[in-house]
Design a binder for this molecule. Structure first.
Ligand SMILES: Cc1ncc(C[n+]2csc(CCOP(=O)(O)OP(=O)(O)O)c2C)c(N)n1
Ligand SMILES: [Mg+2]
Length: 296
């Protein structure tokens, strides 16, 4: 992993989520938000939208509002405009959505906001399905996964949507993938995002033990394994063009990551080979972008 010299990446002791959170045990989304809010501090206004996150946003000790599903990026734009009119430049505006609220239902408002280069941070905590409403497939659900709408007899037949490619196509000032398995790296990326003006996007893989059919104590481990297997690579994109890809120190085959999750337990060796092949291809594609991006 990259050396994190530029910023202090120690985890702050202050909390901005009060105890008594209603989330499920092992929820990766809560941990992601806990870490992100620690970095942002008190000067933040959060806008959430329907998701598991809206179930625990009442525990935020910073101001938060709840937008309609499709509109979280529009609400963030409006909050920023209001703050700007008041001359408030120090408050950060944070939009939070799940994968459904980002990849699918919220993408129009998000695309429009990035096109206007609205000045806020958008966090997509990605648990790879519509979890609040009972584990329905989203376009972020990975190939081969079981969900309530992609049963074992007919698992998800499409690849996960390449949301970071979509962000890059907008020439967004800053986009990064991050992981609760690497908290210092996550903190680094939030701090880096805070220093940049315009729309910033953080894509955080957030395991959901209920939906992933895995043990509640595996969320952090699976987050690390997702990076080690390259199924969820960590990288940054500046202005949609300059890529910085983080090579995992320890590499594993995707089968090790998949076998700990019941949502993949129906997959045969051929299906797992296919996922490995696609993962390898996408990794090479990502590295190629990095090398071309350094050519001036
Ligand atoms: C327009 C609209 N459609 C559907 C819903 C119902 N709904 C509420 S939360 C949710 C799932 C959200 O999924 P995601 O964004 O992935 O967040 P997660 O629940 O996984 O945290 C759905 C479908 C809604 N509130 N509004
Ligand atoms: Mg989700």
């Amino acid at each position: 992993m990259r050396k994190l010299k530029q910023f202090n990446t120690q985890i702050a002791s202050e909390e901005h989520i009060s105890p008594g959170v209603m989330a499920c045990p092992g929820c990766g989304g809560v941990l992601a938000m806990r870490l992100i809010l620690k970095v942002l501090g008190k000067d933040v206004i959060v806008t959430t939208c329907p998701s598991c996150n809206s179930g625990f946003a009442q525990n935020y000790t910073v101001p938060s509002v709840h937008a309609p599903f499709a509109a979280v990026a529009s609400w963030a734009s409006g909050i920023r405009a209001g703050l700007d009119m008041l001359g408030d430049t120090k408050t950060t505006v944070l939009a939070v959505a799940g994968d459904g609220g980002t990849f699918d239902i919220g993408i129009q408002a998000l695309s429009a906001a990035i096109e206007r280069n609205e000045n806020f941070i958008f966090v997509c905590y990605d648990n790879e399905a519509y979890m609040t409403t009972g584990i329905q497939r989203s376009s972020a659900t990975p190939l081969g996964a079981w969900t309530a709408t992609t049963p074992v007899a007919n698992p998800k037949g499409e690849n996960k949507k390449r949301i970071m490619d979509i962000m890059a196509a907008h020439r967004i000032p800053y986009a990064a993938s991050a992981s609760i398995g690497y908290p210092e790296d996550l903190i680094y990326k939030v701090k880096r995002a805070m220093q940049i003006r315009g729309t910033r996007f953080l894509h955080v893989l957030s395991p959901c033990p209920i939906g992933w059919r895995c043990s509640q104590d595996l969320s952090v481990k699976l987050s690390r394994m997702a990076v080690e297997s390259k199924i969820f690579p960590l990288f940054e994109i500046v202005n949609g063009l300059r890529y910085k890809v983080q090579r995992p120190q320890h590499e594993i085959p995707v089968s090790e990551y998949l076998r700990l999750q019941g949502r993949f337990s129906h997959l045969d060796a051929k299906s797992i080979d296919k996922i490995q092949h696609i993962t390898d291809r996408e990794w090479r594609r990502l590295l190629a972008k990095e090398s071309t991006a350094t050519i001036k």
